[in-house]
Design a protein around this ligand. Structure first.
Ligand SMILES: Nc1ncnc2c1ncn2[C@@H]1O[C@H](COP(=O)(O)OS(=O)(=O)O)[C@@H](OP(=O)(O)O)[C@H]1O
Ligand SMILES: Nc1ncnc2c1ncn2[C@@H]1O[C@H](COP(=O)(O)OP(=O)(O)O)[C@@H](O)[C@H]1O
Length: 199
């Protein structure tokens, strides 16, 4: 790793607290994690749409989209996934600093990677949302036909097939997306944000 030298941290004139006061709500990251097809993207977007409707500053960072731009140099090896999550963690931190409720939809299969992102944040700002869905159901949904390809051996290192997924030990929120509708999941997540006085 290259260390930053001859670089000075500048304190901002407008702080995160200033922004919270002006916005009338707090900021945090809702970090969705789960298998491909578990529903991360669908639920993260539905949460964001509801927050938008309420006049809250929100933004979605989505796996496929980030991999088209910021992280287009990264593949799916263990090291690349770790770097993918590290960068997204840093981007999410900027969004939280800007006063935004940012939702992220990445498989983020490794516990240590997610914990390292958590460590970037102040207490309560990192909300891990485990979208828990059995592999069989994800494979039945197969919205992008990627499981089919992985089973045929056309995609290597596919999460859940020939690459591991480490479920969170103590996520703030668990959504059983095989049992809960998208609407119910949104309600539960917004309820959590209200309980914690983020909104
Ligand atoms: N080998 C392999 N394993 C898993 N997923 C794969 C792979 N190759 C391509 N894809 C597609 O890329 C999306 C996952 O990207 P992420 O950035 O979320 O992955 S990771 O967090 O770095 O593990 C994932 O999107 P989602 O289905 O939305 O999860 C897939 O569409
Ligand atoms: N309860 C549910 N929650 C989320 N997605 C669901 C649910 N039931 C069915 N689905 C479907 O499952 C698929 C999940 O895909 P997606 O959101 O892209 O997952 P991921 O981002 O985890 O890969 C979508 O086609 C969605 O419509």
């Amino acid at each position: 790793m290259v260390k930053a030298t001859n670089i000075t941290w500048h304190n901002a004139a407008v702080t995160k607290s200033d922004r919270h006061l002006q916005n009338g709500h707090g900021s945090c990251v809702l970090w969705f994690t789960g298998l491909s097809g578990s529903g991360k993207s669908t639920i993260a977007n539905a949460v964001s749409a509801e927050l938008y409707r309420m006049g809250i500053n929100e933004y979605v960072l989505d796996g496929d989209n980030i991999r088209h731009g910021l992280n287009r140099d990264l593949g799916f090896s263990e090291a690349d996934r770790t770097e993918n999550i590290r960068r997204i963690g840093e981007v999410a931190k900027l969004f939280v600093d800007s006063g935004t409720i940012v939702t992220t939809a990445f498989i983020s299969p490794f516990r240590t990677d997610r914990d390292q992102v958590r460590a970037l944040f102040e207490k309560g700002e990192f909300i891990e949302v485990f979208v828990d869905c059995p592999l069989e159901e994800c494979e039945r949904r197969d919205p992008k036909q990627l499981y089919q390809k992985a089973r045929r051996g056309e995609i290597r290192d596919f999460t859940g097939i020939d690459s591991p997924y480490e479920a969170p030990d103590q996520p703030e929120i668990i959504i059983r997306s095989d049992l809960l509708t998208v609407e119910k999941a949104v309600k539960e997540i917004l309820g959590y944000l209200r309980d914690k006085n983020v909104i």
